[in-house]
Ligand binder design. Structure first.
Ligand code: ATP
Length: 458
């Protein structure tokens, strides 16, 4: 078992090694905004590529789209976001702190306030004599809803007719294209439409680094099936998502699937499960939500748009609004889970310690680092680097001792360091050093690409 590390230690490492930068740093930052750096942008890309491969390319059922961020605001009326996409907030009258009521209740009492009305939350705050997390006093305003959608204006006039919203989830862009995909893809129910894209939420209590931010990326699949088959598909997608997470080589003792009880379910949902991870800052945090959303979304869009979104079954001639199962995950949540799980500070002997990121090779930003043993070997080593770079993202590093170069690469998760030495000239072999075991193997240069490729398989 790996020892546990503090969240601060992991965040410091991610910031200092080029995974994540403070957003707008030279201007003093912007609250809740992060940029993904030289390595982080690769890790994000690799996560998205794997998702796309597993959920779209390899699936016999699914296709992908890329819909607009700003859509007709009527779609947000139909989805219920304009009326209901809000969290209840309370202000502390003493220190003026503002908190999400459900989080405050959960943190203070361990009780879930999900699905409770603001009035019920007020009651819970009173009954449990909950204190302000900042000043410790008990003197709050009533809980009141706060809409999480970012508002902006289209065109030159800033009035209510030109008000539009940055999407708070990508899936509505899928529902409103349901007929377009049916018309152009030759898919039949059951089938799914997936997409990856930015979402925006004016979160009241963002935080825990990139866990909850105002701007993030979602990878969502809307899977349409015949009513009555939905619960089977729901189970299918819970398993599919959980297997995906396990294949990322996340420690299973840090993972669980939590099925929501009836009281927690949204009114339109027949079942919802969260894949949760034991983040260092909380017991369990949601990473992936899988929900049976019934026919709610397509029905709503049918009603508000006046367009028929019924499906005509070509075999039975039945007409129905398909039910929808939605697995929805944030790229940054997966990113954070992967990094928390991969991080290790290893004591090798009394005076030697290394930091190693045990990233699955398919996720690692840099697949291999070519290290000539001496600068005298830079020419053939550069040639090797150029050759490998045709296939993988590689680094070339000739500065510092070979041991230091290994350590630098361990700390950023590079699975292989390839040492080109003076024997390489004669035997046409290189030494490949494995990040996790630190074992070294002599491999013919002609076999190197295949050797690496075999280890990148997901
Ligand atoms: P939470 O309870 O954590 O606010 P949610 O239940 O509102 O999440 P969904 O609306 O189901 O989340 O969104 C699906 C997924 O999108 C979440 O499981 C999470 O991975 C990601 N996600 C949601 N909100 C954020 C955010 N503010 N920052 C980063 N990722 C997010």
């Amino acid at each position: 078992m790996k020892e546990k590390y503090t969240f601060d230690e992991i965040v410091t490492h991610l910031k200092s090694s080029g995974f994540v930068y403070q957003g707008s740093e030279i201007y003093g930052g912007l609250s809740n905004s992060w940029d993904f750096g030289v390595l982080g942008s690769w890790l994000k890309k690799n996560i998205k590529d794997l998702w796309w491969k597993e959920f779209i390319e390899k699936s016999p059922y699914n296709v992908g789209i890329d819909s607009a961020i700003i859509i007709n605001p009527k779609a947000w009326e139909a989805s219920g976001h304009l009326a209901g996409f809000s969290d209840a907030m309370v202000d502390c009258k003493e220190c003026k702190g503002r908190f999400r009521a459900d989080n405050m209740i959960q943190d203070a009492t361990g009780l879930s306030a999900e699905g409770k009305t603001p009035e019920e939350m007020d009651q819970m705050i009173e009954e449990n004599n909950i204190k302000c997390p900042v000043c410790g006093k008990h003197n709050f305003t009533k809980a009141r809803p706060f809409n999480l959608m970012f508002k902006t204006f289209i065109g030159t006039l800033e009035d209510s007719k030109s008000t539009v919203y940055l999407r708070p989830e990508t899936c509505q862009g899928i529902f409103i294209n349901f007929n377009n995909v049916l018309r152009t893809s030759r898919k039949k129910v059951p089938f799914g439409i997936g997409q990856i894209g930015k979402s925006f939420r004016n979160e009241i209590t963002p935080g825990n680094f990139i866990f909850r931010t105002g701007e993030f990326e979602q990878m969502e699949l809307e899977f349409f099936c015949k009513p009555g088959t939905d619960l089977d598909w729901y189970k299918y997608w819970v398993d599919y998502c959980f297997n995906f997470v396990k294949k990322l080589e996340i420690n299973e003792e840090n993972l669980r699937v939590r099925e929501h009880d009836k009281k927690e379910l949204a009114f339109y949902s027949k079942g919802t499960s969260d894949i949760e991870y034991a983040f260092p800052f909380t017991d369990w945090g949601e990473v992936w939500g899988i929900a049976d959303r019934t026919d709610y979304d397509l029905k709503q869009h049918s009603e508000y748009s006046g367009k028929d979104l019924n499906y005509l079954d070509p075999e039975t001639n039945e007409r129905y609004i398909p039910y929808c199962v939605e697995p929805s995950v944030g790229v940054e949540r997966l990113f954070l889970m992967i990094c928390c799980d991969a991080y290790e500070r290893q004591q090798l002997d009394e005076n030697d310690e290394r930091i190693v990121m045990h990233l699955h090779p398919a996720l690692a930003p840099i697949k291999a680092c070519v290290c000539p043993l001496s600068k005298k070997l830079s020419e053939p080593a550069t040639e090797l680097f150029n050759e490998l770079s045709k296939e993988f993202y590689c680094e070339y590093d000739e500065s510092g001792s070979i041991g230091k170069r290994y350590r630098r690469n361990d700390a950023i998760g590079t699975p292989f360091c390839i040492t080109y030495d003076f024997d390489s000239e004669n035997d046409n072999c290189v030494t490949v050093r494995d990040r996790d075991s630190m074992e070294q193997s002599r491999i013919p240069i002609s076999e190197l690409k295949d050797y690496i490729k075999a280890r990148l398989i997901f």
